[in-house]
Design a protein around this ligand. Structure first.
Ligand code: SF4
Length: 258
């Protein structure tokens, strides 16, 4: 397939399991019935609330904490489906909903009046090209901001665990987006990658050097070339991993055991 659009999600999917990648992004096979878990549902609703908060700020309207929590509660109630999986016996849907209220409240209280930076885009779609073959990549940045000459790529996390710094250094999603921003806006000289771990009310900030970003570009191009080679042989093997239980293709997967 020529001119395929790649994204961090599609490339990570390939790293995780080539068969799942083939089903999802090349064959576009319809997924089997799939119901998301409460943690993913919680993450989506918190993201929507942060989107509203910063879109309103960009439009010169500062929502009160009550307004944002009210918005969160409404979208939660409107979208909740009783088939959503509660992965821990001891936690009810109400417990998950309240977690989100706490995440948003802590964040709001720490950053209000939200004048630490200037928001340039919320849920900002980016599109850029890499390597000699001009592979096309797309991505979605939770929030793009500018501060002290740095373009900041912000990402909101609702995970129940906080990764070690070493693991985050290996995470290449926000670095890839930084690379995209530098390509899309030639005036951008410096970028930062900022993860907001909302369950811990903590942020992790990183800055990749130009050399590191160059290396990332090479690695990403190599990964895309590897996918092109898999396409030639059509040998997309199933690779069982910790996310198999959540895979929409497990029913037809030769390696899925349960
Ligand atoms: S169930 Fe696991 S091994 Fe099978 S396709 Fe899905 S991710 Fe790959």
């Amino acid at each position: 397939m020529r001119g395929m659009l790649h994204s961090y999600s599609s490339l990570e999917c390939f790293n995780q399991c080539p068969l799942k990648f083939n089903n999802m992004y090349l064959k576009r096979t319809k997924k089997g019935s799939y119901v998301e878990g409460a943690p993913a549902f919680l993450g989506r609703r918190v993201h929507e609330s942060m989107e509203k908060l910063y879109k309103d700020i960009r439009d010169m309207k500062k929502d009160s904490l009550e307004e944002i929590i009210g918005y969160y509660s409404d979208v939660w109630d409107n979208k909740w489906d009783d088939r959503i999986i509660l992965p821990k016996k001891e936690l009810t849907a109400k417990d998950y909903k309240e977690k989100g209220v706490k995440f948003i409240t802590d964040y709001y209280n720490r950053f209000e009046p939200f004048d630490q930076d200037k928001t340039l885009g919320v849920e900002k779609r980016i599109s850029f090209k890499l390597g000699k073959k001009k592979h096309k990549l797309v991505g979605m940045i939770d929030r793009l901001a500018i501060k002290d000459g740095y373009y900041e790529v912000h990402d909101y996390k609702t995970n129940a665990f906080m990764p070690k710094e070493e693991e985050l250094k290996k995470n290449w999603q926000l670095a890839l987006y930084s690379m995209g921003i530098m390509q899309m806006y030639p005036d951008v000289m410096k970028t930062k990658q900022i993860w907001h771990y909302m369950a811990f009310d903590e942020d992790v900030v990183m800055e990749k050097s130009k050399k590191e970003l160059k290396q990332l570009e090479k690695d990403t191009v190599n990964l895309i070339n590897k996918i092109e080679n898999y396409k030639k042989t059509n040998n997309f093997s199933a690779t069982p991993n910790r996310l198999c239980d959540w895979c929409g293709y497990k029913k037809t997967c030769p390696e899925y055991k349960n």
